[in-house]
Write a protein that binds this ligand. Structure first.
Ligand code: UDP
Length: 407
């Protein structure tokens, strides 16, 4: 099992000493995370790694997943899309499904947390319990909420306002709210199976097993099959690149338990790919961390052509592996990529294709960008920075109006 000590060669001793010091001040406090899926997507990815580290520094961290049926997840997906500004109507009757499911979960769950840390809109209405239970409540929005559809945001507002604080991943996502707001970006764990170094032979073996030809360029997008990740747009990018360069495309993704749209999107992608033998659509089970790691390492270019994005962990994952990334400048992606410094950004299919070709045709330039990318992630998007931000947040919640440095 990994411990904080294992991170020392990556982030240095001082960072770890500070984490331990902050953790001591929270020793024994129960922080209860609540979200809607244990597997798939960025939230589960982070919680899986964050919990053991919180525990190691002394916080009694726990994680509960709310339950819901297909109707509930169909509604919450609509709400998710509406926060991302996708034209989606959510009716009051549909919102009632969310409320009723939240009430049912509230009846069936325990709430031992001193701090209750609710992720995203699915469990948002649990905060109604605050009147009865007290405690500190934090709402963490992982979605790009810079321009939510107003009718949906207005449905959520009476709940958001009951929290003690809201957290957003980027400053542009912040809203006018009567509660405290914090900016905390997500992170990746450099030592998880998804990100740890892999021997070249293992990477090659995995690429071979997927039927990829290592002699020709491989361009890859790793994402749930979700329209907002624009997998069909990625196929079009590939088709443009392919006119000039004989390359292969990998679209690798699985579903998330709280995302009901995956199958329909997958069918659209398959139709678009039209049986091209160089388009590899890989449906990966949730525990495919080593496989994703190998694909991110073994690809010549990683694409993240999202139309909307909360943060886009896949970008930092690829940058950390020094693989060149071409992405769209949406949501949290520009926090991770500065154009022509550590990656390339574009907003159209033609622009992304042009950038992919720049990297394929100029490997020296691609390598330089990728090296910058790794350092940018080391400074800003590793789990140790994220842990520090959370500890400081919990201290701010537990000791309001106090200078906790003097505790
Ligand atoms: N991921 C995965 N399997 C897949 C697709 C994605 O494990 O089939 C991981 C991916 O490596 C990343 C996370 O799920 O760690 C997705 O996070 P991101 O922020 O990119 O997107 P989200 O799915 O949260 O919108």
């Amino acid at each position: 099992m990994l411990t904080l000590k294992d991170y020392e060669p990556i982030v240095g001793t001082q960072v770890l000493d500070e984490l331990k010091l902050l953790g001591q001040k929270l020793s024994g406090k129960i922080v209860q995370h609540i979200n809607s899926t244990a597997v798939g997507g960025g939230v589960a990815e982070i919680l899986n790694r964050m919990l053991p580290l919180l525990k190691e520094v002394g916080v009694d961290a726990r994680w509960d997943v709310i339950k819901g049926d297909d109707k509930f997840f169909a509604v919450t997906k609509k709400i998710h899309n509406a926060i991302h500004h996708s034209p989606t109507a959510v009716t009051p009757e549909e919102f009632d499904i969310l409320l009723e499911t939240n009430r049912e979960n509230a009846r069936n769950m325990d709430f031992p947390g001193d701090i209750i840390f609710v992720h995203d809109p699915q469990p948002i209405a649990l905060v109604d319990l605050k009147k009865e239970l007290g405690k500190k409540w934090i709402w963490r929005c992982h979605i790009d909420s810079s321009s939510p559809l107003i009718h949906v945001w207005d449905m959520l507002l009476p709940y958001i306002q009951q929290y003690d604080a809201a957290i957003f991943s980027a400053s542009v996502f912040a809203q006018t709210l009567p509660i405290h707001q914090f900016l905390i970006s997500p992170s990746i764990d450099p030592l998880s199976d998804k990100n740890r170094p892999l021997p070249r032979e293992q990477v090659n073996g995995i690429l071979d097993n997927f039927g990829l030809d290592r002699g020709r360029p491989i361009i890859t997008q790793i994402s749930r099959f979700d329209r907002l990740k624009d997998p069909c747009g990625v196929v079009e990018v590939y088709q443009l690149v392919k006119k000039y360069t004989d390359c292969q495309l990998v679209l690798a993704g699985g579903g998330a338990a709280d995302d009901p749209e995956g199958e329909a999107v997958l069918a659209e992608v398959r139709e678009k790919a039209a049986n091209d033998p160089d388009v590899h659509i890989l449906l990966l089970p949730p525990d495919s961390n080593i496989e994703i790691n190998a694909l991110q390492r073994g690809s010549d270019v990683i694409i993240q052509k999202s139309l909307k994005e909360g943060f886009g962990l896949t970008v930092s994952e690829a940058l950390w592996k020094e693989t060149p990334v071409v992405a769209s400048a949406v949501g949290g992606i520009p926090l991770q990529i500065s154009h022509q410094f550590n990656g390339l950004l574009a907003s159209t299919i033609e622009g992304i294709a042009y950038n992919v070709r720049q990297f394929l045709h100029n490997p020296k330039y691609a390598r330089l960008m990728a090296q910058h990318g790794k350092e940018h992630v080391r400074q800003n998007f590793l789990i140790t920075r994220h842990l520090r931000d959370y500890l400081l947040l919990f201290l701010a919640m537990e000791y309001p109006n106090q200078d906790f440095v003097l505790l």
